[in-house]
Design a protein around this ligand. Structure first.
Ligand SMILES: C[S@@+](CC[C@H](N)C(=O)[O-])C[C@H]1O[C@@H](n2cnc3c(N)ncnc32)[C@H](O)[C@@H]1O
Length: 219
């Protein structure tokens, strides 16, 4: 893929103003991301798509790993994330990241005051030339990325735990390595993402490697 498609998406998806916006590099990711690090480091990966970026912590991780990696991030970044972030106050994920309750409350109030989208982009400002934020729903927004000529080498899925995300990505970009999060989520719900990934792998003849939350599909 040439850089033309990436530049086209950059022009179509402008960044919000992040002046004075406080970044929060908080991730909901659950471990095993070294599998994705390895994919990025050892493959010829130049272009990557992340579905489900939240505050940009995983995107930061991928972009920090490789200086010429270009990433398109698809997320709604809608206001439902504000209520979600408020619910994290006092709960283990946020408590581990920010043990002080005052910091947790500031986290939730910053997301509400600043908005999820500017807060996420403030976390990625240093990668402005290598990250394109696409606001929309997966899988509906994916064909437009293909229409713009975008061809990712790796697709990382960390969004709504839906089989369609995998199916549409594979249809649009059959040569992309598909990987994602939520393998470990959630025992009481019967590990829905694990079922989706293994079902997809069986149907399409892939092998699955998984560690903690992370899974990778190999041909
Ligand atoms: C678990 S969080 C992503 C965490 C992020 N990858 C990280 O490690 O910091 C899930 C994100 O997926 C987004 N999301 C959920 N369903 C989506 C959909 N259908 N299309 C686009 N984004 C979606 C949510 O807005 C949320 O920001």
């Amino acid at each position: 893929m040439s850089d033309t498609a990436f530049k086209k998406l950059q022009a179509q998806n402008p960044w919000p103003d992040t002046k004075g916006v406080t970044p929060w590099n908080f991730t909901l990711g659950g471990g095993g991301r070294h599998l994705v690090d390895t994919l990025i480091n050892v493959s010829e990966c130049r272009y990557m798509l992340e579905i489900g970026c939240f505050l940009g912590a995983s995107a930061r991780r991928w972009l920090t790993l490789k200086s010429d990696l270009k990433l398109v991030g698809l997320d709604t970044w809608d206001d439902r994330l504000i209520e979600q972030c408020k619910k994290y106050v006092g709960r283990p994920g946020l408590t581990r990241a920010y043990p002080d309750i005052k910091t947790q409350e500031r986290f939730a109030s910053d997301i509400e005051r600043q908005g999820p989208f500017p807060t996420a982009m403030a976390n990625l400002t240093e990668f402005k030339d290598r990250f394109v934020p696409v606001r929309g729903f997966s899988p509906g927004a994916l064909p437009d990325l293909k229409k713009a000529g975008f061809i990712p080498d790796i697709v990382y899925i960390d969004a709504g735990k839906k089989a369609e995300d995998l199916e549409v990505c594979h249809q649009l970009w059959p040569n992309a390595i598909i990987t994602g999060d939520d393998w470990h989520w959630n025992r009481t719900k019967g590990f829905p993402m694990r079922k989706i990934v293994t079902g997809f792998a069986e149907k399409n003849n892939f092998r699955v490697e998984a560690d903690h939350a992370t899974w990778v599909l190999y041909k």
